[in-house]
Ligand binder design. Structure first.
Ligand code: ZN
Length: 185
């Protein structure tokens, strides 16, 4: 069976992107929307997968490691967990397609405690393209797990943003030189 490709749009929600988001990358994050939408349309057109792994939390969960690190964010059912801007519009228009799949994740990595690896293997997907936020947190941890599971990785530089410019530069270098990823515009 031929190998397939998937685009992962990671955590592109109001809390991580909008001005009033709880943990926002701000303008650098907001600027990604047109490129992410363009890529998503391209993947749909090529009959490839578009996957949206999306953080979900319960506020002040005493058992969750992020509770002591970050303010409450991406709480289920809130505005903060809705997709941001044109990506929200794109998802509304495309969510019923067979190859568009949004699911919950509770840790940084899209693989942690989820069925992503099984789904990708069932569908003979061996190459993952990553976009979304934050480059040095959830995108990074997803990329590390993908590396350990032997996926080919493509990171879209104009599709990822971090909380700081230093974080962005460090993570892009790490993708290239430590995870063997292809970093493209
Ligand atoms: Zn989180």
């Amino acid at each position: 069976m031929a190998s397939h490709t998937a685009l992962l749009i990671i955590d592109y929600t109001n809390d991580f992107v909008a001005d009033k988001g709880a943990l926002s990358c701000g303008l650098t994050g907001q600027k990604l929307a047109p490129h992410i939408v363009e890529l998503a349309n391209q993947f749909v057109k090529n009959d490839d997968w578009v996957i949206l792994p999306t953080d979900v939390h319960t506020p002040n969960d005493p058992y969750h490691p992020e509770t002591k690190l970050f303010p409450p964010h991406n709480v289920r059912g809130t505005w903060g967990r809705e997709f941001y801007g044109d990506v929200a519009k794109w998802y509304d228009q495309n969510k019923n397609r067979d190859k568009v799949y949004m699911y919950d994740k509770t840790r940084y990595s899209a693989f942690a405690g989820t069925d992503l690896d099984l789904r990708m293997r069932e569908r003979h997907v061996d190459t993952l393209h990553l976009v979304g936020v934050c480059t040095d947190i959830c995108v990074l941890h997803t990329a590390v797990d993908a590396y350990n599971l032997n996926y080919n990785l493509v990171i879209h530089e104009k599709g990822v943003a971090a909380l700081s410019p230093e974080g962005q530069t460090w993570a892009l270098d790490h993708f290239k030189h430590v995870l063997g990823a292809t970093v493209v515009d």
